[in-house]
Ligand binder design. Structure first.
Ligand SMILES: C[S@@+](CC[C@H](N)C(=O)[O-])C[C@H]1O[C@@H](n2cnc3c(N)ncnc32)[C@H](O)[C@@H]1O
Length: 315
C-alpha cells in the first residue's frame, strides 16, 4: 500500500476547492520538502526506498538490465568506453564498491572486468539480486545492506577502495550531503569516484514540478494493477519498458544537480580532475581523490564526443 495514498485521499478535497495558484504553491512546497539536500521529507525517503525494494524484488527485467541481451553483452564496454573512460585493463584486480547496486547490473560488469566487488544497497531485494548475478564470478565479493548515509559504521578499519561507483543512487538518498560524504570517504588516495546523477539541465524546473505531480498521482493509485496500467499507457503498451517507467514515476525523491555544484562539493571532499565523461545534460562524473597516479594517466580514454549509450533506448 502506498504511504502517500491515504494522505492524498484525505486532503484531495482541499485541492479540489483551491485555486490553481494555491495548488501550484502546495506542490512547490511539497517538492522542496521532498528534495531538501540534507534531510528529505522522511515520508518521501521511506516511500522511495520502498519503490526500489519492489523494483528489485518483482520487476527486475527490462531494457538496459541484465535480462536485455544487448546490455549484458556490452556492459563491460559501456563501463570502460562510455561511463568511466578508463581502459578495461584498469579494472582487473581492483577493489570496487558499487554503492546502490540495485539488481547488480554494474556489479556484474565490474566483476566481469576482473574487479573485486563490495555491493551496497539499502534494500534486501537488491542485495539478494546482486548476490545472484555475481555467483558465476570467482572475484572477492562482499555484500552490505545499509543506507549509504551510515556506510562508515561498516568499515571500522577505515578500508578504502580503488573505485567507488554509484549509478543513479545518491540523488535518491534521504541526505544527499551525508551520502556523498560517506561514499567519498571510502575512496583511496589516487582512487576514483564515478557516479551518474540526474542533471538540472536535463529538465526545466517547471517540467520537473509537473513530473513530480505525476509521481504524486501515480503513488495514489491503490493497487499494482492500476499502477501497471498507468505505466503501460506511458510505455505505449511495450512491456519491456515498464521497469524504466516504474523507475521514473514510482520514487518521489529525485533530485537534479548542477555540475558546478557537484564540482565544488567533490573538490571540498578532496577530489581533483572532476570530469564529465559523457556529453549529456545528465551528470556522468569521474573524479580522483587528491591526485591521479602516474600509472593511471595512461589508462584514461580521451573522447570529447562520448554520447550517452542510454540514448539507444527511446522513451
Ligand atoms: C535507480 S536504482 C539504481 C540501481 C543500480 N545502481 C543501477 O544502476 O541499476 C537506485 C538504488 O539505490 C538504492 N538506494 C536508495 N536510497 C539509498 C540509500 N540511502 N542508501 C543505499 N542505497 C539506496 C535503491 O535501493 C536502488 O537499488
Amino acid at each position: 500500500m502506498s504511504l502517500l495514498g491515504p494522505i492524498y485521499k484525505r486532503y484531495k478535497f482541499l485541492l479540489n476547492k483551491a485555486d490553481k495558484k494555491d495548488v501550484d504553491a502546495l506542490y512547490m512546497l511539497l517538492y522542496n520538502q521532498v528534495h531538501n539536500l540534507d534531510q528529505a521529507l522522511p515520508l518521501a525517503t521511506a516511500q522511495t526506498i520502498g519503490t526500489f525494494g519492489f523494483q528489485w524484488g518483482e520487476l527486475q527485467e527490462g531494457e538496459a538490465m541484465l535480462s536485455d541481451p544487448w546490455f549484458k553483452e556490452n556492459v563491460t564496454k559501456l563501463i570502460s568506453e562510455n561511463e568511466t573512460l578508463l581502459k578495461k585493463d584498469w579494472f582487473k584486480g581492483k577493489d570496487i564498491m558499487d554503492c546502490g547496486c540495485g539488481g547488480g547490473r554494474w556489479s556484474y560488469g565490474l566483476a566481469k572486468l576482473g574487479a573485486n566487488i563490495t555491493a551496497v544497497d539499502i534494500n534486501e531485494s537488491a542485495i539478494e539480486a546482486t548476490k545472484s548475478v555475481l555467483s558465476e564470478f570467482s572475484v572477492k565479493k562482499q555484500f552490505i545492506q545499509t543506507p549509504l548515509e551510515q556506510l562508515s559504521s561498516f568499515f571500522p578499519d577505515g578500508k578504502q577502495f580503488d573505485m567507488v561507483w554509484s549509478w543513479g543512487v545518491i540523488h535518491h538518498c534521504g541526505s544527499f550531503t551525508k551520502a556523498l560524504a560517506e561514499v567519498a570517504a571510502r575512496v583511496k588516495e589516487g582512487g576514483f569516484i564515478y557516479m551518474y546523477l540526474y542533471g538540472r539541465e536535463s529538465l526545466s524546473f517547471d517540467e520537473d514540478i509537473q513530473l513530480f505531480r505525476n509521481r504524486v498521482y501515480y503513488n495514489t493509485l491503490p493497487s499494482w494493477k492500476e499502477k501497471e496500467a498507468f505505466l503501460l499507457e506511458k510505455a505505449h503498451g511495450d512491456k519491456t519498458k515498464v521497469h524504466q517507467y516504474h523507475d521514473i514515476f514510482a520514487p518521489l525523491l529525485n533530485r537534479r544537480l548542477d555540475f558546478s555544484y557537484m564540482k565544488k562539493a567533490l573538490e571540498d571532499l578532496g577530489f581533483t580532475d572532476v570530469t564529465r565523461t559523457t556529453k549529456s545534460p545528465e551528470l556522468f562524473i569521474r573524479a580522483v581523490k587528491t591526485k591521479m597516479k602516474k600509472e593511471d594517466e595512461e589508462m584514461i580514454i580521451h573522447n570529447d564526443n562520448n554520447l550517452p549509450w542510454i540514448n539507444r533506448y527511446s522513451m
